[in-house]
Design a protein around this ligand. Structure first.
Ligand code: DC
Length: 236
């Protein structure tokens, strides 16, 4: 039994899980895993090496699974920024583009890819504890996580957040295009055969559509502190 505590935060894209995880990780001073970076980094390697997507090809799955197995990814957290390094190169900005999001969600449907990334994600489980966010943190990667949180929000709100996020990075995308993109990714994430996005029975489900991030942080931290028997101090 692994005694290092884990808090799993799963949810759909732009549901607020990255912001929430970062805040909790700063509050508790625990490690942080943003598991989407693995699928995004794999997408980047394939695009950079001009490896063309070949649907329904066993050879393609074998090739990308082997690349996934050899990904050398490390993360550095500096205050509010999570820096992703691939072979010691900072790729944080390169993996946050719409192209990468699209390919990452396709690659995430391949069972061999997911299997080969499991150990790499579990290696982030270090003392004093880990906050892990993604789609299958509570269901597959860390099923023994003591606290599981599932975040959701309606698609219009998520689209607004995504547009703002992308705007900050210099991408200007129309609302209807973002909604289409999010719907496509939602379908892939929830309908894939392996590790689909869905809340586990014991997850605290939060709909973040109509509540501020401050309220979500407050509710979640109260719940976490209660579960871990820690005294909750607001604005620590
Ligand atoms: O969280 P994100 O947007 O960075 O994730 C990018 C893609 O990676 C997402 O469309 C689905 C996939 N993903 C996954 O399947 N499982 C995870 N634990 C994390 C991400």
């Amino acid at each position: 039994m692994n005694k290092i505590p884990v808090i799993a935060i799963d949810g759909s894209s732009s549901s607020g899980k990255s912001t929430l995880s970062k805040y909790i990780s700063n509050y508790l001073k625990w490690h942080l895993l943003d598991s989407g970076i693995f699928y995004r980094s794999l997408a980047l390697v394939l695009l950079e090496n001009q490896i063309k997507y070949e649907p329904n090809s066993y050879e393609y799955e074998k090739k990308i699974a082997s690349i996934a197995l050899n990904l050398n990814i490390t993360c550095i957290k500096k205050y509010d920024i999570l820096i992703t390094m691939l072979n010691n190169k900072n790729i944080t900005n390169d993996i946050n583009t719409p192209n990468i999001s699209e390919l990452a969600s396709i690659l995430a449907t391949y069972p061999q890819v997911r299997y080969n990334l499991l150990k790499k994600q579990r290696n982030f489980r270090q003392y004093p504890g880990l906050i892990a966010n993604g789609r299958d943190m509570g269901s597959v990667v860390f099923p023994d996580a003591k606290v599981k949180i599932f975040l959701d929000a309606n698609i219009k709100i998520r689209a607004k957040r995504r547009i703002l996020q992308l705007k900050k990075k210099g991408f200007f995308i129309r609302n209807q295009d973002i909604i289409k993109e999010i719907k496509k990714r939602d379908n892939r994430d929830t309908e894939r055969l392996i590790s689909p996005l869905k809340p586990t029975k014991n997850a605290l489900i939060i709909d973040s559509s109509n509540i501020s991030i401050e309220q979500i942080i407050d509710t979640t931290l109260q719940y976490i502190c209660h579960r871990f028997n820690i005294k909750y101090k607001k604005n620590k």
